[in-house]
Write a new protein. Structure first.
Length: 490
């Protein structure tokens, strides 16, 4: 599988390079597209795309300037190429945007061989657009679709929404200030994202990159700073699978989770590799895998994860949320992780911070693996992990007695995140309802005294901890087992 994926994605990249080298260039000015930042170019840009599409394909090239537009629809064999200094600017008027399933500035549906490339910028002006949507709702002019005091994602324009597209290339562009998710690729195949920059902290739900039920995707060499999840894999269709995904050599900052599988997780996720990722100032988890909507997660490899200043390092969860069906999570391999858990709120000072969680509360364990009774998380290996935890737990906030672990709520249908159980009795690793969990070469360090145990296992079976070292500033226990069998510590 590894060799196949590597060879396959190299062939995709070469195919796109060939397309770019042989395609004809059409300057935007040829079609009367203005770069003054004031003229609305929606119809002229769409005319240019349609013209290039009808004449065999090519690149629509934007030179230096600000190109104001509403929604445009990208078509087969057409590339948008933004030279350095070119900025495609989204209109402030919500009525200038079109919807397919979602609203977006650049849309494409059932197209092939499309790309957005170059050193330019796509700026959605999302903060003001989102506020204008809210204003229209208050006036009763559009559907009242509020949740948590803000309009639903469907009402606010993304920068990019591609659905059912094949052979898609996104390279080098910078994406800023979406009103909703920055970019979503839904049931696409052979998608290649390389060397992009995402800088989007304009409004709620600013996911940096959403991959929904796609097949054969590479995400490489990119920088993502997002108010919501950084890279989020989703499965919206119970009959679809998000699979054959490689993410490597990226830097991520998030006021939610840096890399997340779900929500939603109705179908499944398989054959996914997360390689050489650096994460910083991330509010929730560095990596979260959440099979909570009846779907599955399997055959995932994470290697070389460097994390500084995060609320939680690894969160694996089975739930029973939307469909009433238990999910499945197995065959997960996590290797070579160095993580520093933050002593305070990791994203403090950023725009649109993550919410304060039922404060006061203690800093959560670095690793949380939580299945359900009758739905065990199975076959997980964690090798060569270094955890630096700040400690300083306060038993006056909550002290979960080790002989009363049943008091930790199952929260079967709760929204999945590491803080969903409130207080947990471990500072390092907490595992519940799991089997065949193998941890090797784990080095846990607690910087200040903490009343909690380093590692707590509850209903965990046939698992092993090999070459585990624990450094702490007090005399609390290092391991505790409850309702467990067949485990070994060496």
């Amino acid at each position: 599988m590894r060799f196949y994926l590597k060879k396959y994605f190299v062939e995709i990249s070469l195919c796109f390079e060939f397309f770019q080298c042989t395609a004809k260039d059409y300057p935007a000015s040829l079609f009367g597209i203005y770069s003054d930042g004031a003229t609305l170019n929606t119809r002229s840009i769409q005319f240019a795309i349609d013209y290039i599409h009808k004449h065999g394909g090519g690149r629509l090239v934007f030179d230096v300037g600000r190109f104001l537009t509403g929604s445009i629809h990208l078509k087969s064999n057409v590339a948008l190429h933004l030279l350095e200094g070119a900025v495609i600017v989204g209109s402030l008027n919500p009525f200038d945007y079109d919807s397919t399933r979602f609203t977006a500035l650049i849309l494409s549906d059932n197209q092939q061989n499309i790309s957005i490339t170059g050193m330019g910028v796509i700026d959605g002006q999302g903060r003001q657009v989102a506020r204008n949507v809210v204003d229209l709702v208050h006036r009763g002019l559009i559907k009242d679709a509020f949740r948590n005091d803000r309009p639903e994602v469907e009402e606010r324009p993304m920068l990019i929404y591609f659905r059912n597209c094949t052979d898609v290339l996104i390279r080098k562009v910078t994406m800023r200030n979406a009103a909703a998710w920055v970019q979503t690729y839904d049931q696409c195949a052979r998608l290649h994202i390389d060397s992009i920059t995402v800088d989007s902290r304009a409004f709620w739900n600013n996911d940096g990159l959403d991959i929904v039920d796609c097949d054969s995707v590479t995400i490489a060499n990119s920088y993502i700073d997002a108010a919501d999840d950084g890279i989020c894999l989703k499965s919206h269709d119970a009959k679809k699978v998000c699979q054959n995904i490689v993410a490597r050599n990226c830097v991520i900052r998030s006021s939610a989770s840096a890399i997340k599988f779900g929500t939603a997780s109705l179908g499944g996720f398989r054959n996914i590799r997360i390689i050489n990722i650096k994460i910083f100032d991330t509010y929730r988890s560095a990596i979260a895998m959440e099979a909570v909507d009846g779907g599955f997660i399997e055959n995932v490899e994470v290697d070389s994860l460097q994390v500084s200043h995060t609320g939680n390092a690894i969160f694996l969860r089975i739930g029973e949320r939307i469909t009433g069906k238990k999910g499945r999570l197995n065959n997960i391999r996590i290797n070579h992780v160095v993580v520093e858990i933050a002593a305070d709120k990791p994203d403090s000072g950023y725009e649109y911070e993550g919410p304060i969680e039922h404060m006061p509360r203690n800093i959560s364990p670095a690793v949380v693996i939580a299945g359900l009774p009758g739905a065990m998380i199975t076959h997980v290996s964690i090798n060569n992990i270094q955890i630096n935890h700040p400690g300083k737990g306060n038993s006056n906030f909550a002290n979960v007695s080790l002989n009363a672990l049943d008091s930790v709520p199952e929260n079967v249908a709760g929204y999945p995140e590491f803080s969903m159980f409130r207080e947990l009795p471990a500072w390092g690793i907490y595992i519940r309802h799991a089997e065949d969990i193998n941890v090797r070469d784990a080095h846990l360090s607690c910087m200040k005294k903490d009343y909690r145990t380093a590692i707590v296992l509850d209903d965990v079976h046939n698992s092993q901890f090999i070459s585990t070292t624990i450094k702490k500033q007090d005399s609390t226990n290092s391991f505790y087992e409850f309702r467990c069998s067949g485990n070994s510590f060496k």
